[in-house]
Design a protein around this ligand. Structure first.
Ligand SMILES: Nc1ncnc2c1ncn2[C@@H]1O[C@H](COP(=O)(O)OP(=O)(O)OP(=O)(O)O)[C@@H](O)[C@H]1O
Ligand SMILES: [Mg+2]
Length: 263
């Protein structure tokens, strides 16, 4: 899809460069076909939502993009390279980060410990047995700066267990951002949140997106319309609509499929 030219970096039209490209992706679980010939590409800096009814194949698609599940047919290109056969770790090293539909924090550790571990996991020294104490101090400072950025500095020493659900989701997004990803996949970041917590997460996503390519699975249409500029609609594993939010919102076919009513 060719949109308007985006921001330029050193004169190059970065906004037109493709960050993620799926070519004819299909996935079967035994005899069950979950994804069928899914193709689309996402430009650098684009914020794209994926919507569709329960069971449409949205999380499966994220698993395939991230390398957590093998595909049955098709290809995945990340930043211009074919990563179809690469592991999830290899894709993460190339700049892909994701959050999951359910929480993946270490519940007994503190917020700051979770963040320091995430920073450590994505450093070049992740396999080193001994890391200089000064490096831990740097990571600790970096982690505190991240918490400060989202107004959660006062929760640094709280155990994850003691956090509210909304705070947990914010920390999870922060963990993904700590990897300084080129592409961030978010699977229902506001699922199960009270409206006030959902708006905290929404505000965070809007604030933090600068320069980041983001793909968001979300059932809450308020969040979708607030955060993304483009929507892809999945239905029974197929892309049935793909375009600017306003166009999709007014699409009678999408309204029928997705909500049986008003979008
Ligand atoms: N590992 C698996 N083995 C077999 N079937 C699976 C597996 N994972 C998912 N499925 C099936 O694939 C289909 C799509 O599931 P998926 O989780 O991708 O849907 P979704 O669009 O994310 O739904 P939701 O909105 O409820 O999160 C469902 O029918 C699901 O039962
Ligand atoms: Mg899902």
């Amino acid at each position: 899809m060719n949109g308007a030219p985006g921001s330029t970096v050193n004169g190059a039209p970065r906004g037109d460069e493709v960050c993620l490209a799926l070519g004819g992706v299909s996935k079967r679980f035994g005899s069950l076909s979950v994804l069928e010939d899914v193709s689309f590409s996402i430009r650098h800096g684009e914020r794209c939502g994926i919507i569709g009814p329960n069971g449409a194949g949205k999380s499966t698609l994220f698993n395939i993009i991230a390398g957590d599940l093998p595909l049955t047919r098709g290809s995945v290109h990340l930043l211009g390279s074919d990563v179809t056969r690469l592991s999830a770790h290899a894709r993460a090293r190339r700049g892909l980060a994701r959050t999951f539909q359910t929480t993946t924090l270490f519940p007994r550790l503190s917020v700051i410990e979770n963040l320091v571990l995430a920073l450590q996991a994505h450093s070049a020294e992740r396999f080193a047995m001994l890391v200089p104490r000064s490096r831990y101090r740097e990571r600790d400072a970096e982690a505190r700066a991240l918490l400060e950025r989202v107004g959660l500095a006062s929760r640094a020493n709280a155990t994850v267990d003691a956090l509210g659900y909304g705070e947990k989701r914010q920390i999870e997004i922060l963990l993904a951002l700590a990897q300084r990803p080129q592409l961030l996949l978010l699977d229902e970041p506001t699922a199960g949140l009270a409206p006030s917590d959902a708006s905290l997460v929404t505000e965070m996503l809007k604030r933090e997106h600068a320069g980041l390519t983001m793909v968001l699975i979300e059932h809450d249409m308020g969040v979708v319309f607030d955060v993304v500029e483009r929507l892809i609609v999945l239905h029974y594993g197929r892309v049935v609509a793909d375009g600017p939010v306003d166009a999709i919102r007014g699409d009678a076919n999408v309204q029928e499929i997705y909500l049986g009513g008003k979008l």
